[in-house]
Design a protein around this ligand. Structure first.
Ligand SMILES: [Zn+2]
Length: 335
C-alpha cells in the first residue's frame, strides 16, 4: 500500500505536468503578443527617424504608443486568464479522489476488526473554488497592473534612451529586455493559482472531517530546488482551519495527520509512529556545499556561527492576491 508521502508526491507530479502544459500554452500565445509589441516599437522608431522636429510631437506619439501597448496586453490578459482557469479546473477535477486516497494512506493499514471511516466531501465548498479567477477577482487586478506598469515602463525606457542620446538599436534592445516579463509573471501566476486552489480544496475536505483529521503537516520534497522557507517549514503541524500560507510557485503539499485507530474507537494495537525528521534537522545533516547552495554564503556564515536558525528566515506578508503568504527574509533585513 502506498504511504501518504507516495500519494502526495504523485499528486505533486500530476500538478507539475498540468503546469507544464499551461506554461507552454501561455508561452505560445505570448509569442503573438511579443510580435505585436515589437512591431509597434519598430513603427515608433521609423516615425521618430522621419520626424525632424520632435518635442511635442514625440510626447503625443509616445502617449498613443502607451495606449496601444496597454490595449494589446489587456487582450492577452483575457486569454491568459482563460488558460489559467482551465488549468485550475483540471487540477480540481481529481481533488476529491486524490484527497480521499491521501487520508486513507495516512490512516495506514486497516487493523483486523476495524473498518475505514466515511469521508465527507463538502461539495459546495469545493465548487465555490472553481471560478476563483472570475471577474472582480484580484487576479484581474494583477493583469491590469501588469499592463499599466509595463506600457509605462516601455515608454519611459524610450524617453530615457533618447535623453541619453542612445541609438534606436540600443534602445530597442533595452525595450525587448522588458517585454519578456509579463510572460514570466503570468506563468508564476498560473502555477501559484493551480497549487493554491488545489491545496485550499484539500484543506476544506480536511476541515470537514475534523473527527478524523486532527491537523495537517507541511511536506516538502526537500530537493535541490526547494527554497529556504520550505526547508524551514517542512514537518511543521497546523490546524485544519489554517490555510497553507506559502510562497509563490511553491510545490509543497499538505499531509493529513489522522487520528489513530484507537482514537477512532477501535480497540486495536497500533505500531508506534516513527518520529518525523523536520526540515531544519535534515538541513543540519547536509554537506556545507549543499547548505551553501540553499542559503548563500552570507547566511551560511551566520548559520555556521549559530547566530541564525532556518526559522529566522521565514517572513510573513500580506499578498494582494493570496492574502497571508510567506517569503524568505533578505540578509540585510535580518534583525
Ligand atoms: Zn514550498
Amino acid at each position: 500500500m502506498p504511504t501518504a508521502y507516495d500519494i502526495a508526491d504523485a499528486i505533486a507530479d500530476r500538478l507539475a505536468a498540468l503546469d507544464l502544459t499551461a506554461l507552454a500554452l501561455l508561452e505560445e500565445q505570448y509569442q503573438g503578443i511579443l510580435d505585436r509589441l515589437t512591431l509597434e516599437i519598430e513603427r515608433l522608431e521609423q516615425d521618430i527617424e522621419a520626424q525632424p522636429k520632435r518635442g511635442q510631437w514625440t510626447q503625443r506619439r509616445l502617449a498613443a504608443l502607451k495606449d496601444e501597448l496597454h490595449r494589446i496586453l489587456m487582450q492577452w490578459a483575457d486569454d491568459a486568464s482563460t488558460i489559467i482557469e482551465l488549468e485550475q479546473d483540471r487540477a480540481l477535477r481529481n481533488v476529491r479522489d486524490e484527497t480521499r486516497n491521501l487520508i486513507i494512506g495516512s490512516l495506514g493499514d486497516v487493523p483486523i476488526g476495524a473498518r475505514l471511516p466515511g469521508i465527507i466531501v463538502p461539495v459546495e465548498a469545493l465548487n465555490s473554488l472553481i471560478g476563483f479567477l472570475g471577474d472582480g477577482s484580484p487576479i484581474r487586478g494583477y493583469f491590469d497592473d501588469l499592463a499599466d506598469s509595463l506600457s509605462e515602463r516601455l515608454v519611459a525606457t524610450y524617453l530615457d534612451g533618447m535623453a541619453r542620446g542612445l541609438g534606436p538599436k540600443q534602445i530597442g534592445s533595452q525595450v525587448r529586455a522588458i517585454t519578456g516579463e509579463p510572460l514570466h509573471r503570468a506563468q508564476a501566476l498560473a502555477r501559484t493559482a493551480t497549487n493554491n486552489a488545489y491545496r485550499e480544496a484539500q484543506r476544506r475536505i480536511f476541515e470537514k472531517n475534523d473527527s478524523l483529521i486532527r491537523r495537517w503537516r507541511w511536506h516538502s520534497t526537500l530537493d535541490s530546488r526547494v527554497c529556504v522557507v520550505c526547508w524551514a517549514m517542512h514537518g511543521t503541524e497546523h490546524p485544519t482551519s489554517e490555510r497553507m500560507a506559502t510562497h509563490w510557485q511553491c510545490r509543497c503539499a499538505m499531509l493529513p495527520i489522522t487520528a489513530t485507530w484507537r482514537e477512532l474507537g477501535f480497540d486495536v494495537d497500533e505500531a508506534p509512529q516513527p518520529p518525523i525528521e523536520t526540515g531544519p534537522e535534515r538541513f543540519a545533516r547536509l554537506s556545507p556545499a549543499e547548505q551553501r547552495a540553499i542559503l548563500g554564503p552570507g547566511k551560511l556564515a551566520l548559520y555556521q556561527q549559530g547566530k541564525l536558525q532556518l526559522n529566522d528566515l521565514v517572513g510573513i506578508y500580506d499578498d494582494p492576491i493570496w492574502g497571508t503568504m510567506r517569503h524568505e527574509i533578505a540578509l540585510k533585513d535580518l534583525k
